[in-house]
Design a protein around this ligand. Structure first.
Ligand code: ADP
Length: 269
């Protein structure tokens, strides 16, 4: 197990990853592997570590250092390369910040609370990162942004500011913004939880389009079980930072084997 080579690694590969917040151990030697192009939904009770997994992949959180990392696990790999870094006394180990910055470009995230830039109009929200982080030509970035905003049904709102949009519209801008970086991995963290019920369907329809028209790898945290069924090829049920059960959506949703999965699904349905 500790002699993995890069070739054995899955596209996204957590090798015995530990994540603690102070005394609270959220992930205790979690291992999981996801192939390129897979759509994986993470389900499980609140506090089971799902968002932490996404935030680690977005490098918004860092894994907790362990002794002899890599040999003993404790590392996230993306596309065969160590992706996580460990932090000790303010110093970074395992991967250099410049490498991380490059790899992070492969990953886009959409948050529950949209997190748009309030002082920028819709078009600028979408072009900002490609122009500044990827150094794309402004006109080219604007052209691509308009295509994406058309895809999410907002081509008539380019000059609007986030405060002038509904929650569902803001979330669709956030999806366009994430896709504008051309990520290989898209992380969706409860993207419909903050929306009024009548706005949920449009956002999910946009995401269904994204899933069916691209080969982007998706990790989805959602309580929308029918969406999870439609879009994902694998479902992982978490509890207290461990995978309780995983399988195809039909199997997990229609015929869960574990008591904790059965209880959870009963509670959310
Ligand atoms: P889920 O997404 O499954 O609801 P999370 O990954 O958000 O779970 O949280 C897992 C646990 O980690 C929870 O107990 C949560 O309170 C805790 N946690 C998450 N982020 C932090 C943080 N920044 N500081 C302290 N505790 C945190």
């Amino acid at each position: 197990m500790s002699n993995h080579t890069a070739n054995d690694r899955k596209f996204i590969d957590f090798d015995r990853v530990v994540k603690r917040f102070g005394d609270l151990t959220v992930l205790n030697e979690l291992s999981l592997g996801i192939d390129k192009g897979e759509r994986v939904t993470l389900i499980g009770p609140s506090g089971s570590g799902k968002t932490t997994i996404l935030r680690l992949l977005m490098t918004l959180e860092h894994v907790t250092p362990i002794k002899h990392a890599e040999e003993n696990g404790g590392v996230i790999y993306l596309d065969g390369k160590p992706y996580s870094h460990t932090e000790k006394n303010g110093k970074l180990h395992v991967a250099h910040e410049s490498e991380l910055r490059d790899r992070r470009k492969k990953v886009g995230m959409v948050f529950q609370q949209f997190n748009l830039f309030p002082n920028m109009n819709v078009l600028r929200n979408v072009t900002e990162a490609p122009v500044h982080a990827l150094k794309q030509d402004k006109d080219k970035a604007a052209e691509r942004a308009k295509e994406l905003l058309d895809m999410v049904g907002l081509s008539d709102k380019l000059d609007h500011y986030p405060s002038q949009l509904s929650g569902g519209q803001q979330q669709r801008v956030a999806i366009a913004r994430a896709l504008a970086m051309d990520p290989e991995v898209l992380l969706l963290d409860e993207v419909t939880s903050a929306l009024d019920p009548e706005l949920v369907a449009d956002v999910l329809d946009v995401l269904r389009d994204v899933a069916s028209s691209s080969d982007i790898t998706m990790l989805i945290v959602t309580h929308e079980m029918s969406f999870a069924k439609d879009v994902s090829n694998r479902v992982m049920m978490f509890d207290k930072g461990v995978i309780v059960e995983e399988g195809a959506p039909e199997q997990i949703f229609n015929n869960p084997q574990e008591g904790r999965t059965q209880d959870f699904l009963r509670a959310v349905s």
